[in-house]
Design a protein around this ligand. Structure first.
Ligand code: SF4
Length: 314
């Protein structure tokens, strides 16, 4: 091969993609026969890509599947069957019989506003801005009168504050125009409001109205997949499996238990399995049973990516 051709070849095969991932292998240099587990992982990755607009991709265009059992990706948990899944949830329930959302609110409207603000933000960050916002605009009519420009200064410290200010102003206006200034109790009406998706609607239906809904945020998505409690590629899949797995009497509070568990014990970077009350019922194959030495920093897992529709809380 001539020198120019070699240079062209190097340009056409970058060492890393713009996202920092290794490039896909060309078809002529496909990986050697994969173990069944890895083959399934590759199929799942391709399926996820198809689900996000990758329909029609060839195997050569699919991103290389992470190698299980390495630092690139954790090993997969076997799905929990009904009895251990129920025992898992009962263990969380026994440890915290009266779970509560950590967002501060006083009524369905302020809860709705707080949950909208919590997308891509922590509850603590939301709780820092809502007292002043709610003092200025405690009702949908007052929030609508404030408008996006009036709301924005109160929420500038929150991620996506400009879009959220616009959504809150429009949402408040619609509550006044369509619902008499009240937060509707119907899912369709809630999801028709600006900035309100299925997760936010589930939180409001559950916390404000006592419905047995289960909102899947980034913590629940991770816990459900990591432990085998309700594996799924999307929040909706996880939600549906969790609802099927959850004993009916626990459904009302299950999302609180799982969010709090994911936030404080089954953490993203390093689950604290040594103090986990559900450890005996968990299928995570890489449990961390020894606490790190005092002062040690948690290791960052390479390739960690946020869950679909991640962020926000309840
Ligand atoms: S044992 Fe570890 S991985 Fe399993 S639920 Fe508890 S903290 Fe999470």
């Amino acid at each position: 091969m001539s020198a120019p051709a070699r240079r062209a070849g190097r340009r056409a095969s970058p060492a890393r993609t713009p996202a920092g991932e290794p490039p896909a292998r060309p078809a002529s240099r496909a990986a050697p026969a994969a173990a069944p587990g890895r083959a399934r992982a590759g199929a799942a990755a391709a399926g996820a890509a198809a689900g996000s607009g990758g329909k029609g991709r060839t195997a050569t265009a699919a991103p290389a599947a992470p190698r299980h059992g390495t630092a690139d990706a954790p090993r997969r948990a076997r799905p929990l069957s009904a009895a251990p899944a129920a025992a898992f949830l009962r263990a969380l329930a026994a440890a915290n019989p009266s779970p509560r959302t950590e967002l501060h609110y006083t009524d369905p409207f302020t809860l709705l506003v707080a949950v909208v603000l919590s997308a891509q933000a922590t509850d603590a960050a939301v709780n820092r801005v809502t007292p002043a916002l709610f003092a200025a605009a405690p009702t949908p009519a007052a929030m609508a009168a404030l408008g996006a420009e009036g709301i924005a200064p109160y929420i500038r410290s929150i991620g996506l504050w400009q879009a959220k200010a616009r959504n809150l102003a429009a949402l408040a206006r619609l509550l006044v125009e369509r619902h008499g200034g009240k937060v509707p109790r119907e899912r369709a009406a809630l999801e028709a409001l600006p900035g309100v998706g299925r997760k936010t609607a589930n939180v409001v239906l559950n916390v404000a109205f006592g419905e047995h809904t289960l909102a899947v945020d980034t913590h629940i998505f991770r816990v459900a997949n990591r432990t085998g409690l309700a594996p799924g590629r999307t929040p909706r899949e996880v939600e549906e499996r969790l609802v099927r797995r959850c004993p009916p009497e626990l459904l009302r509070d299950a999302h609180h238990w799982l969010i709090l568990h994911g936030r404080y014990v089954c953490k993203a970077r390093r689950p604290e399995c040594w103090r986990c009350v559900a450890r005996a019922h968990c299928n995570y194959p890489d449990k961390v049973l020894v606490p790190p030495p005092a002062g040690a920093q948690p290791a960052r897992r390479r390739g960690a990516a946020p869950a679909p529709e991640a962020g926000g809380s309840a």
